[in-house]
Design a protein around this ligand. Structure first.
Ligand code: ADP
Ligand code: MG
Length: 253
């Protein structure tokens, strides 16, 4: 049995008189990649930001690694890594300088080269943040979530706007991070990504969780209802063609 590392019970969030999160409950297990899926406005980011201690909740209970959000938010902050929006970095500093800056904020010594190597950016150690491509920026921002050696990292749409290659590189990186024992919570709009990456997913809509299970079981449940995909005529798709032609490995993504 895996341990529960995050427990959310009846979580509610109102913005004024608009209910953005309407009493959701779910557990995240230690060491899993947990996906929060749902259309824009479903309440995914609000939910994450509450767990991350960055936003107040209206009601409910959140426990992270046995710390109660209401009582010990500072303890929670110390064991989580949160991905900044890419606009949150000083564009004119190089990657080494930025990592030292974050290390200073966390009061943690950091092995810059090791960290950059993990996200395949060692060659860019002296490059400025603004000189990175979209995929490289995302990988760098994931690296910064790891500086305080967190037990849990939160990634809010880390692959939105990336090309197919950069997305795949990021999947490999996220799996790599998880294989070292870190729990990952991720939001995404890409269902192929969630299917590839997530051990379990919660599907949110209009502030509620409407399904929660492994991708495999959710698919099986749908199939059992008699659902059938429109006939698949080819065993590859255009994305396969693209990846096949342009290669899958870390390039200038
Ligand atoms: P998602 O991340 O699933 O797209 P959000 O959590 O960002 O959804 O937003 C959920 C709902 O709450 C949306 O309708 C959004 O417009 C609203 N909302 C988000 N943040 C605020 C805010 N600061 N003030 C008022 N409404 C907000
Ligand atoms: Mg969002």
């Amino acid at each position: 049995m895996q341990n529960t590392i995050i427990s959310v019970k009846d979580l509610k969030k109102n913005y004024g008189n608009f209910a953005a999160v309407k009493g959701i409950s779910f557990d995240v297990l230690e060491g899993e990649i947990f996906g929060l899926l749902g259309p824009n406005g479903a309440g995914k980011s609000t939910t994450l930001e509450i767990i991350e201690t960055l936003r107040d909740k209206t009601g409910g209970q959140v426990i992270v690694d046995n710390f109660d959000l209401d009582k010990e938010p500072d303890k929670i902050k110390k064991i989580i890594g949160v991905q900044l929006q890419t606009s949150g970095f000083y564009p004119g500093l190089n990657l080494t300088e930025l990592i030292h800056l974050f290390g200073g904020l966390y009061n943690q010594p950091v092995n810059v080269i090791e960290l950059l190597e993990l996200v395949n950016l060692k060659d860019k150690a002296k490059n400025k943040y603004k000189e990175l491509s979209g995929g490289q920026k995302q990988r760098f921002s994931i690296a910064t979530t790891l500086i305080n050696q967190p037990k849990i990292i939160f990634l809010d749409e880390p692959t939105t706007g990336l090309d197919p290659q950069a997305r795949r590189n990021l999947w490999d990186l996220i799996k790599d991070i998880r294989s070292k024992g870190t729990t990952v919570i991720i939001t995404t709009h890409y269902m192929d990504e969630a299917e590839q990456l997530c051990d379990r997913v919660a599907i949110m809509d209009e502030g509620k969780i409407i399904a929660l299970d492994t991708p495999d079981r959710l698919i099986d449940e749908l199939v059992e209802t008699g659902f059938e995909r429109p006939k698949i005529t080819k065993s590859a798709n255009l994305e396969d063609v693209f990846i096949n032609l342009t290669g899958k490995h870390f390039r200038e993504d």
